[in-house]
Design a protein around this ligand. Structure first.
Ligand code: MG
Length: 354
């Protein structure tokens, strides 16, 4: 119980910390980020504190749905779809286009079987590390849960490949035996043997080669024709996260700062990376001031820890466990405040330096 709880808590808080570190510079080019924020050493969303976005919220929704369903894929899909429906109804800021369309379809009555749209955005990848952290010991169950989570919003098989790779990274990280990058890609190829995933596996192999050569994420992205940062396309984001994880599997601080510095979709890329590394190092491996610097309500850091412990209990006992919930009206108020801060950042970005 103890080690499972440590892994799951590390994964959730790692996702939250990575998300909040990346959020102030989300969507900025690498060049502009370097000019506008020459010194990034920690939070910067709200003074020296951070808040979280969809990446962490989805991670928590998946954790709650896994706990309540006891990991049964069908019950999980039904519960996660219901949670996503109410999540979008609370007007979160900065939702990806495919996730927004799929959640609106859920809201007007589509079932989880028909809500997904054809897209290879990052939505499923950003919420699947927690599946690997919880069920990495049972690869068949892990794959079913990743597929169920993916298809509620994204139907392009590419979205599944990316999401599965993230879950597999978190699974390996949580066991703590990180082998050679090329061995990891080979094991991923075995999990995807029933699919035509050669393009994706090729990108993962390039990430492995780049990591073996000791290149930075920024240099890898340059080689992959993304010199200004990680794009919000799963085939851009997941190989970049993988490259950084291969090189720094236990070094949360430097991995997260390097990922933020790489630019682009930084909240998602750093959240996924943080979740993967967090699953390995646990909460104690994440810089304490970054965890304490998350200013969230009603989903406080302590509340996130409770979600983690109920999920750990469910995984260990193989039974459904009721997770903590939050008041939807409190979420509406929180989201209004969050939107105001996001708009403040938007206005700030209109000003120099360019
Ligand atoms: Mg986000």
């Amino acid at each position: 119980m103890k080690s499972r709880s440590r892994t799951i808590t590390g994964c959730i808080l790692g996702a939250a910390v990575g998300d909040s570190l990346g959020l102030p510079v989300e969507g900025m080019t690498r060049t502009r980020q370097a000019r506008m924020f020459p010194h990034i050493t920690g939070h910067g969303f709200l003074g020296h504190q951070g808040m979280v976005s969809d990446d962490t919220e989805h991670t928590l929704l998946v954790a709650q749905a896994m706990a309540v369903s006891g990991g049964d894929p069908e019950a999980f899909a039904v519960d996660l779809a219901r949670r996503l429906k109410w999540w979008v109804a609370a007007l979160p800021a900065g939702v990806g286009p495919a996730t927004l369309r799929a959640c609106l379809r859920l809201l007007i009555g589509f079932s989880h079987r028909s809500s997904g749209v054809f897209s290879a955005g990052n939505g499923p990848a950003m919420r699947s590390a927690i599946i690997g952290a919880a069920y990495g010991h049972d690869s068949e169950k892990m794959k079913k849960l990743v597929l169920a989570s993916t298809q509620i919003t994204h139907r392009d098989p590419k979205a599944y490949f990316g999401a599965l790779a993230v879950a597999q990274m978190a699974a390996v990280s949580s066991i703590g035996e990180i082998g050679k990058p090329t061995d990891f890609v080979r094991s991923l190829a075995e999990e995807l043997v029933d699919y035509d995933a050669n393009e994706f596996l090729g990108l993962c192999s390039q990430a492995a080669q780049s990591a073996n050569a000791g290149h930075s994420v920024a240099r890898f992205l340059e080689k992959m024709n993304q010199p200004e940062g990680v794009g919000n396309y799963v085939y851009h984001t997941v190989p970049a996260v993988m490259q950084c994880w291969f090189r720094r599997p236990f070094d949360f601080r430097n991995a997260a700062l390097e990922m933020v510095r790489a630019g682009g979709d930084t909240d998602t890329s750093t959240s996924i990376l943080g979740a993967v590394i967090g699953a390995g190092v646990g909460e104690t491996g994440i810089p304490e001031q970054w965890v304490d610097g998350i200013l969230e309500w009603p989903r406080t850091v302590e509340w996130m820890r409770k979600v983690a412990s109920t999920l750990a209990e469910s995984v260990e006992t193989e039974k459904p466990v009721t997770p903590p919930e939050v008041n939807p009206l409190a979420i509406l108020a929180r989201n209004a405040f969050f939107m105001a801060v996001v708009l403040g950042h938007g206005v700030r970005r209109m000003a120099p330096p360019y």
